[in-house]
Design a protein around this ligand. Structure first.
Ligand SMILES: [Zn+2]
Length: 295
């Protein structure tokens, strides 16, 4: 098997942020409405869809910072393709399998790839999870002992009666030894963050900023990386599967549509305030090229 596709953006010439890496920790195919929604109810397209997308990447990101290396998202667990009991039984498990199919080969595994790029799990200072869907939180069990930041709104899903209805599998998210740190954004008067009005500055130095980008899930967050003379990056999780759709107001038919459209407008507004901003989505085939493009 070929090695999993990866890309890196070299370290800027100055500042606390170093290189940023994207890894491909598996492949997914989804239904067309999961990419380009039209307002169709999720249950309807889940029941009626007859076609799949191409196989798309499942990306995670590694951000080097002088105060420690940060992992953004954890990807899909290989156990989901090897263990028959990974998904809920009955109709709910059937729905999960109707909505997405995954490929995770042994060489795709997160822990293996982190070691290969010189950032083994034991060296991570913290991790951020954009939202708790299986293909973003799937490998959280590998992060025992590493602080894991998740929005407070997303963590609240774990207390619902049936988190599985929100795409959250508590049997795998609540992993032994894993400690979640809830993120509460605070109001900011930074004019460049005006579209969001609130953020969480991970290190307090203005370089790694979590901003609320709800809609796809109630507590989805994106990570804005500001890095000196290099173009800023926005890691958006599943806000979009194709960054060219956001300016056209096309969002997935997964989640709360008005909130998704508002989030899309805010990201487009951020792009006008931060020229050169690169929007990097977890399943966008263009993400690796955009990350590796010269400054
Ligand atoms: Zn998702």
């Amino acid at each position: 098997m070929p090695a999993p596709a990866r890309a890196s953006s070299p370290a800027p010439s100055a500042g606390p942020v170093g290189a940023v890496h994207a890894l491909t920790v598996g492949r997914v195919r989804v239904r067309p409405k999961n990419i380009a929604g039209t307002g169709t109810p999720m249950l309807w397209w889940t029941l009626t869809a007859r076609t799949w997308s191409d196989w798309l990447p499942v990306h995670v990101f590694v951000v080097e910072h002088e105060r420690g290396t940060v992992l953004f998202d954890t990807g899909q667990s290989r156990a989901s393709v090897t263990e028959p009991d990974y998904y809920p039984r009955g109709p709910l498990g059937w729905v999960y399998r109707r909505q997405a199919a995954f490929r995770v080969e042994p060489e795709d595994e997160l822990v293996t790839q982190l070691a290969e790029i010189g950032h083994p799990v034991s060296s991570l200072s913290l991790a951020v999870i954009s939202h708790l869907h299986q293909d973003h939180a799937g490998n959280v069990a590998a992060l025992a002992g590493t602080p894991v930041l998740v929005s407070a709104a997303e963590l609240a899903l774990l207390d619902e009666r049936t988190p599985e209805l929100h795409g959250v599998l508590p049997a795998h998210v609540r992993a032994p030894g894993v400690t979640f740190t809830p993120v509460h954004v605070a109001p900011t008067d930074d004019p460049l963050l005006a579209p969001f009005g609130a953020d969480h500055d991970i290190h307090g130095d203005g370089t790694l900023l979590l901003v609320p980008t709800p809609g796809h899930s109630p507590g989805s967050m994106s990570l804005l990386i500001r890095r000196g003379d290099a173009p800023p990056l926005l890691l958006v999780g599943d806000v979009t599967y194709d960054h060219t759709l956001l300016p056209r107001g096309i969002v997935p038919d997964v989640g709360d549509r008005p909130t998704q459209l508002e989030t899309a407008r805010r990201i487009v507004a951020l792009q006008s305030l931060l020229p050169g901003l690169r929007v990097l989505a977890a399943h966008d085939p263009a993400t690796l090229t955009a990350l590796a493009a010269p400054h």
